[in-house]
Structures are given as structure tokens and as C-alpha cells.
Ligand binder design. Structure first.
Ligand code: SF4
Length: 112
């Protein structure tokens, strides 16, 4: 094998490894940025109003709840996603949007 073809193979391997490394570095930051960049649900949206979503669960009259427990919030709902402690988190009911951890909607369900 000539020096020239060895250099070509080494260069090709370097480029392939660089591409794999770059893809690995970009995956997680990209995924985290997606959740952070998601818009917040607006209480005025049709879907939010249909679900009676509010940013502040304490503003909901307990008698309006199917299960009138006052400690129901998005943070302790089975349908919330993301990490505990985050102020705004994704929710399965509002795909592509964030709900307030202190919020509530009529679909609230206890975590198993
Ligand atoms: Fe909050 Fe749960 Fe309603 Fe989603 S389904 S908005 S997490 S109460």
C-alpha cells in the first residue's frame, strides 16, 4: 500500500469518526433545547379552556373538580413530563407546549 492510499484511508476514518463524535455531542443539547424552546400553554387557548387549564391550581374552586383535592397540581399529575422541580413542563394533554408545575386542568390524574 502506498503512502498516498494510507493517507486517504486514515483521512476517511478521521472524517467518519469526527462525524459520529459531532452527532453524539449534538444529540442531547438539541433534545434539551427542544423542551426549553416549547411555548407555554395560554389559558385563553381553546384546548386549555376545554380542559379548564389554569396556571395556578389554587385559583380553582374545589367544588369544580371531579375529585376535589386541593393538592392537585401539574407537578403531581400522572400526565406531566420532564423533570421534577422544573417550573414549566411538557404535558401529554398539550403536545408541543409547556404547562406550569403549579397549574391544573380537569384531566388531572394521580401518579400510580
Ligand atoms: Fe396539568 Fe395534568 Fe392537566 Fe397536564 S393533564 S395540564 S399535567 S393537570
Amino acid at each position: 500500500m502506498s503512502t498516498s492510499s494510507s493517507n486517504k484511508i486514515a483521512r476517511r476514518q478521521f472524517i467518519q469518526l469526527s462525524a459520529v463524535a459531532a452527532a453524539g455531542c449534538m444529540m442531547r443539547p438539541g433534545q434539551e433545547a427542544m423542551a426549553q424552546d416549547m411555548p407555554k400553554v395560554e389559558e385563553s387557548e381553546a384546548m386549555a379552556q376545554a380542559m379548564k387549564y389554569v396556571h395556578d391550581a389554587s385559583s380553582v374552586d374545589a367544588s369544580a373538580r371531579a375529585n376535589p383535592a386541593t393538592d392537585q397540581t401539574c407537578a403531581n399529575c400522572a400526565l406531566v413530563q420532564g423533570a421534577d422541580g422544573e417550573a414549566w413542563r411538557p404535558c401529554q394533554i398539550f403536545p408541543g407546549k409547556l404547562v406550569n408545575s403549579a397549574g391544573w386542568c380537569s384531566v388531572w390524574a394521580p401518579k400510580a
